[in-house]
Design a protein around this ligand. Sequence first.
Ligand SMILES: Cc1ncc(C[n+]2csc(CCOP(=O)(O)OP(=O)(O)O)c2C)c(N)n1
Ligand SMILES: CC(=O)[C@@H](O)[C@H](O)COP(=O)(O)O
Ligand SMILES: [Mg+2]
Length: 591
Amino acid sequence: MKNILNTINAPKDLKNLSIDELQQLAHELRAFIINIVATKEGHLGASLGVVELTIAIHYIFNTPKDKLIWDVGHQAYGHKILTGRRTIFDTNRRLNGISGFPNIFESEYDAFGTGHSSTSISAALGMAMAAQIQGDTKQQHIAVIGDASIASGMAFEALNHAGVTNANLLVILNDNAIGIDPSIGALKDYLTHAKNGKELNRDNIFEALNFDYSGPIDGHDLPKLIHELKRLQNVEGPKFLHIVTTKGKGLKKAEEDQITYHAPGKFNAKTGDRITSTNNITPPKYQDVFGYTIIELAKKNPKIVGITPAMPTGSSLKYMIAEMPERAFDVGIAEQHAVTLAAGMAKQGLIPFCNIYSTFLQRAYDQVIHDVAIQKLPVIFCLDRAGLVGNDGATHHGVFDIAYLRCIPNMILYAPMNEVDLRNIMYTAQKGLNAPIAIRYPRGLSESIHWKKPFKNISIGKGRVIKEGNSTAILSIGTIGNIVNFAVNKFDEKERDKVGHYNMQFIKPLDNKLLHEIFSNYNTIITYEDGSVQGGFGSAILEFAAKHEYHPKIIIKGVPDNFIEHGNTKELRAVANIDEKSIFNTILSTL
Ligand SMILES: Cc1ncc(C[n+]2csc(CCOP(=O)(O)OP(=O)(O)O)c2C)c(N)n1
Ligand SMILES: CC(=O)[C@@H](O)[C@H](O)COP(=O)(O)O
Ligand SMILES: [Mg+2]
C-alpha cells in the first residue's frame, strides 16, 4: 500500500484524499509519532489521542488563514507533522531542533505559542475579535483544549467573555478524562455525566454560557468529526464541540497506563515497553525527596497539609495523597487557587506545603503577594523544576522565581544545595517561621543516595562556607554550587588555594555577616545561579556591595537576558555559560 503520510507536506495535500485514505493517514500518523517519540522521547499520550481530530481540522479548515490554537500544545505533534515539519520531527525538543510546543517563530501554522495550560480560548477569542474589528468575517478561530485545562480559571474567564460576543470562535473540548494525572473536580463529574447521556438532568453548562454546543461525539470517528466540523464551519458566533477520546490511543501500553505514557521516556515502539536504566543505585529525584519527606514530617505534625495544582505525579505529592488523602490535595490546574487555598489554611493554623513548579507559580504571582506575603502567612512553597528544566524549553524553565520572589517583603527564599538541605529546610519550616518561605529545587536526580539522614535545624539567613581562599570568591546559590565545586577542584593546588567558595543558601534574607567577611577579604567576587541574572541572586549581591560601598570586581553569572530554548540541561547550561567548563574558565580569567 502506498504511504500517504510521505505525500503530505502541507494541509492542502489532505484536501483531495478520500475518507478511506484519511483513515489510512491516521494510522500512519500514529505509527510515525510512536516511532519517533520511542527513541527521541517527548509527550506521547496526548498527541496519539488527537490524531483523527488533527486530520479533520486541517482537512476542513483553511489553516494557516484560519487560526488553530492547541492548549498546552503537548498534543500538537500530529499538527507539526502535517504542517511541513515531518522530515525534521526527529529533532523535536532537541537543541536547535523544533520545539515540543507550538511556536509562532517556527511555523505560520502555529497560530499562538503555548506550553502553560488554559490560554487557548482567550488567545483564539482575541484573534476572533481582532478579525471582526479588521472587517474579516470569514476567518475561523479554533481552540483545542483538554478536560483538565478547561477547568482552570483562565479558561473559565475566556468562556465567560466569549459567550457575550458574536466572535467567530470554535472551542473543541478534547475530553479524555485525564490530565497528566486523573482530572479532578466538579466539572469533571459534569462531563462524565454528559458522556453517559445523563446531561438532561442538569442544564448544559456551555449552552448556559451562550455557546452553540454539540457533542459529546467519538473523537476517533473520523467521518463523524469531519461531518460535525463541516457543519460548525457555517455556524456563526461562539461554538463548542465536545469530543471524547482516549489518551494514548493506538498503543496498548499507553492506553492502559496513561499517567506514565503522558511522557514515557524511551520505549520499544512495537511493544510499548519502557526502556529504563538498569542502574538501581542512582540518587532519588529531588521531587521524591520532597514526596517522602513530607509524609515523614506529616506523621509527626498533624497540622501539615500538602497541595498540588494538577501535578501529584510530577511533584511526588502522590505518595502523601495515597497515604493521607484527607491531608493532601490535588486541586487541578489552578495555581492561583492553590496559593490562596494554602493562605486560607495557614490563616487558620494549618501548615500548608504548597508544591508548584517554578514556572507555573508565575501564574499565581498576585496571590503570593496579596494573599500570602502581605498577611505574613507561613505558607511553605516548594518550587520544583527551578532552574533550566531541559527539553520542555523556554515555556517551562524555572529561571525567574528568584527575581520575582526576592522583591516581595516578608518572603524567605531558600535554595538547597542537595537533598539533605531540602529535607532539613522542610523540617525547619514546619516547626514555624512566622513568615512565608519559598524553597526552590531542580528537576531530576539529587546529589547522593545518602539522603535519609536525621533532621537538623537550619538557621534562617545563614550561608555555608565551602572553602576559603584569598583572591577570588565564588558565591553560589542552590545546586549549581555542586558544579562550582567540580570546577574549583579542577585547578591545581596553588591556584585552588586562591579561590573561596560560599554556598549562600538564602537569597533572602542574605547572610550579611558572611558577606561583610567575604567583601573584606577578596578582590574578585563571582556569583553563580541557575536563574535569570536580571534581578536575581547576583543582583542581590550587587545591591549589598552598593549599599555598603564595597568596590571589588564583581562578575554575575546565570541565565542571560534571553529565553533559553530546548535541549538537555547539560547542553543548556553550556549555552548559558554556567556549565563546569565555563565556570572553570571564568574563575581562571580572574586568577
Ligand atoms: C499552568 C499549567 N499548569 C500545569 C501544567 C502541567 N500540565 C501539562 S499538561 C497537563 C494536563 C493537561 O490535561 P488536559 O488539558 O486534559 O490535556 P491532555 O493531556 O489530556 O490532552 C498539565 C497539568 C501546565 N502545562 N500549565
Ligand atoms: C506539558 C507539560 O507542561 C508537562 O507535561 C511538563 O512537560 C511536565 O514536566 P516534567 O517532565 O518536568 O514533569
Ligand atoms: Mg485530558
